[in-house]
Design a protein around this ligand. Sequence first.
Ligand SMILES: CC/C=C\C/C=C\C[C@@H](O)/C=C/C=C/C=C\[C@@H](O)CCCC(=O)O
Ligand code: ZN
Length: 683
Amino acid sequence: MSLSAKVVTRVFQLNLRNNVSNIRQRTCSVILQKPRHYYDTIFRSKLFDTNQYFYPNMSTNIAAAERKIRAMGALSPLDPSSFSRPEQAIIRHISLNLNVDFAKHVLQGYAKIDFDILEDINSLILDASNLSISSIEADDGSQLQYKLGEHVPNMGSKLTILLPKQHTAGEKLKVKITYSTDPQASALQWLEPEQTSGKKHPYLFSQCQPIHARSILPCQDTPAVKFTYDAEVTAPEEFTVLMSALRGEARSNRTTFRQPMPLPSYLVAIAVGVLESRTLGPRSRVWSEKEEIERSAWEFAETEKYLQAAEKLCGPYEWSEYDLLVLPPSFPYGGMENPCLTFVTPTLLAGDRSQADVIVHEIMHSWTGNLVTNRNFEHFWLNEGFTVFLERKVGASLINDSVEAKRSRDFQSLLGLQELSEAVSVFGASSPLTNLVVDLNGIHPDDAFSRVPYEKGSLFLRYLEDQAGGPAVFDDFLRAYLTKFRKKSLDTDQFKAFLLEYFKDNQAIKQVDWDSWLHKSGMPPIIPDYDTTMTKAISALLVKIDDSNASLSYEDVANFTPHQMIHMLQQLIDRPALPIERLTALGKEYKVNGNKNTEILYRWLRLCIRSRDDTKLQEVFQFVNSQGRMKYVRPVYRDLYAWEDVRERAIDNFIKNEKYMMHVSAYTLRKDLHLDEKTKNTE
Ligand SMILES: CC/C=C\C/C=C\C[C@@H](O)/C=C/C=C/C=C\[C@@H](O)CCCC(=O)O
Ligand SMILES: [Zn+2]
């Protein structure tokens, strides 16, 4: 037996002898990286077999107990990523009062939280991450005792508020928590002036999805809980404060907000910068620094058209306003569907409106994700698969000719299939993280993120649509689904039950192999018979590119849409690397070298890396240093890592630039580059 196995066995023998649940939980948390309350439920359940208590069977034993408890519904509504216990008392409203301190990099103030009590309780349990709490008060102003647990990896801390008397189901309760965030809060990025376009003022923005809201405010940080909120934020006078809410008055340094629609914690958002805005339509404005405002207004001018097309399919837009905020380049995602105010990366400013699909995607989240929400991130496909599915339907509905519309929808789906195939090969086809429904026990959702829930989810819905009888039938189902789960959170079982009931007389739906679709890894069991009209020219061109005797010219691609070009480059990425000379000719003739469209440029640079063209490295590093969209930066770094001769240079470049990155980008890139905390540049 190895030394570590001996130590573990000894710890468990001691635990068993002492039978101190605290030690047991703590040991399990440390070894298996799961939250301590989780074990509490399992041990108390008596389903845990104490004869199997020793290493190495402990984890199998716990997993078996967990499955039984889940089957009994006893852990419900357990979210493996949250300490909170919303089944005991649930948050209904939060009033925030915060000051933005750019010098200290903190938000400081209080949150007044309204609860509905659902069970008889003596305490409230919330999520927090690196918050400094100075006091917790009851509604009458009396001080409440509280305990902030140790920081558990992947989870943050459990905040237990002790109530002086028992509260019974049906009561209401208010608490006021005065606190300050940490300068390293994982949801916040504090930018120095040189990281902005204007170079004069700092900037702050947030990204709470999936479980970073707990680093900004104490809350039940699980999408199972939805609450309304209002906020009063103070910031230096020259700054504009925006939130995922309706903006009220902005007087001198104070701005108020109200969000009357219930939303999950991951949709709380804030941005503070020196900003301008332009009107896009009757319910939309675009915000950005002044350097990007005209380009942004042009790129997103068709927002109202997309909103109307979305409403035609899904029903009225319920969030009143739909604004866009173009963030500084370090924003890690293409877009984030913060209600009333979608956050977008400036890499969408292609100058040709070719990345409008991202805006349509974020608009569709107003229904799937924001109105109807996954109950925890194991069911993330309910947010993203539905949204991609709707995005492509709405995109097609904007094309007048019905044949063209179907072609275009299928072409977008084929592009998505390429992305899915790459995501599956990054994780490995047998990885459980390629299942549609994943197990996030002990796993940070940021580590599970990939295109899988987006594309496998959307493909599953397309398959269900085909089985059900096509869009004419399925569109009605979609509206019924949105109505049924409006303002609610649900899981995959609830979706399945609703669909089976809705289509109870449909024989083809009865044939669906749910287990394979939901719980098997790798590529989907069935790929729809997509229309390939728009990929035919690409396939023919790939044959020509492979023929080293054929000369390449711009004529080859002159009629390609930007998306056909993207598809062609993506195909090349998936094939053996081209010889450098051939790739150089392609880059020059097809005008992809130095292209302004980042979707094209990103794929072009990956091809250069794959062909080991070291003359392009400077440009590659400039690309990853100039913007932080993870969709681009992570695959490029992974490709650089795979090129042994430049691996060290890639790592050095990352370490030098890590301080300019948002938490989630640095966190995931460290894993992509196989780095540990010790290598952090603390200068
Ligand atoms: C099965 C996956 C399980 C958990 C993942 C849950 C949350 C993922 C978390 O890391 C946050 C995701 C936020 C995404 C925001 C926007 C994306 O839709 C952007 C897509 C990429 C891009 O276009 O840049
Ligand atoms: Zn999305």
